[in-house]
Design a protein around this ligand. Structure first.
Ligand SMILES: *Cc1c(COP(=O)(O)O)cnc(C)c1O
Length: 379
């Protein structure tokens, strides 16, 4: 039985060229980038080059990129670092009810530290209300954090509009672009964004490495102390192998972005087409037009999420009920709940997410098997 991986929003396989870009740092290239001798100079050069590659992919400058241990740390750094550095302005921040837990749980932590958080709602498509954001801004608001595209339902958020409102009101704006990076064109020269989170393992690089874009001149308080790395914004010897792999993945994904987008949109259409042909009953979750190309969230009202995931796993198909952590504990998705969808839809939602390694043949085979499961057959 062929295994078909349709859970790229949870994590992706490492690209072979990315592994090749990492291996030297587990072998002969062991220097500490902070060392002044030639061993250190060689790895310093690699880190500098990687920083330039990642900066260029966002139209940022290298000094605006801080390497982190992943998307979670980038989100934590953005929220905690900005709130701590701008306490003289106030203790209020604004976010949405559909953020990743890396943002939501950090907000809860900040609330326990005496900060105030406004959680703006979304509509049934998972789109954040721009008007609710505007209305939530107060004189003591320091930061707005709204994700670029949602990891469960794929809905793209009105980032430009929110950013403009933030600028008009002198409020910093952070976006978690972990899912958008690699499939959407991100240009921080055009986008009114001050901070932007990235994670490498969602774009075929290893787990445990990511970055935060911090626009020039924005003060952020470090919370790792101990060295002068990352211009004192994040102490600790750099993950040179991870950084090298991350940059290689960025090169690959940026060169192929349009092809990938087209492929994923084709896969999405193919699945829906096959289900329609088979007469499978489903509903689409998310926005009908503004969505990330690689995420397809559907409900098959006749079969509960748990049962479906179990049957899919038996059929060799990897999918998810939403975010990975939610799936592990089979809690009801906070995103679908925030979208105010009927209970039958929420309890039967499945996320398929496409990526490197998927082929039209795989998608066709998966769609037929899924259709068969929904119809209760063994096809
Ligand atoms: C995966 C993900 C994260 C967390 O990134 P890690 O590198 O796994 O810590 C944060 N936000 C979104 C939207 C994600 O999809």
């Amino acid at each position: 039985m062929e295994e078909i991986y349709l859970d790229h929003a949870a994590t992706t396989p490492v690209h072979p060229a990315v592994l090749d870009a990492m291996l030297p740092f587990y072998k002969e290239m062991h220097g500490n980038p902070s060392s002044l001798h030639r061993f250190g100079q060689r790895t310093r050069y690699v880190v500098d080059q990687a920083r330039s590659t990642i900066a260029a992919s966002l139209h940022a400058s290298p000094a605006e990129i801080v390497f982190t241990s992943g998307g979670t740390e980038a989100d934590n750094m953005a929220l905690i670092g900005i709130m701590a550095a701008h306490a003289e302005k106030g203790k209020h921040l604004i976010t949405s009810t559909i953020e990743h837990h890396a943002v939501l749980d950090t907000c809860e932590y900040l609330e326990r530290q005496g900060y105030e958080v406004t959680y703006v709602p979304v509509d049934h498509t998972g789109t954040v209300s721009v008007e609710a954001i505007r209305a939530a801004i107060r004189p003591d608001t320091v930061l707005i954090s709204i994700m670029y595209g949602n990891n469960e339902v794929g809905t793209l958020q009105p980032i430009e509009e929110i950013g403009r409102i933030a600028r008009e009101n002198g409020v910093y704006f952070h976006t978690d672009a972990v899912q958008a990076y690699g499939v959407e064109a991100l240009d921080v020269k055009q986008l009114p964004v001050d901070l932007l989170s990235l994670s490498a393992h969602k774009i075929n690089a290893p787990k445990g490495i990511g970055a935060l874009y911090i626009a020039r001149n924005i003060k952020i308080a470090p919370y790792l102390h101990g060295g002068n790395q990352e211009k004192k914004r994040r102490a600790g010897t750099e993950n040179v192998a991870g950084i090298s792999g991350f940059a290689k993945a960025v090169e690959i994904v940026m060169a192929q972005r349009e092809e990938h987008r087209a492929d994923y949109l084709k896969y999405r259409a193919l699945m829906l087409e096959i289900w329609q042909e088979m007469g499978v009953e489903y509903t689409l979750n998310g926005h009908p037009e503004h969505y990330l190309p690689h995420i397809l969230n559907v409900s098959f009202p006749s079969i509960k999420t748990e049962t479906m995931l179990m049957n899919l796993d038996i059929a060799g198909i990897a999918a998810a009920s939403g975010s990975a952590c939610t799936a592990g504990s089979l809690e009801i998705s906070h995103v679908l709940q925030a979208m105010n969808l009927p209970e039958a839809i929420v309890e039967s939602a499945i996320r398929f997410s496409f990526g490197y390694g998927n082929s039209p043949e795989q998608i066709r085979a998966a769609a037929r098997k899924i259709g068969g499961i929904v119809q209760g057959g063994n096809k």
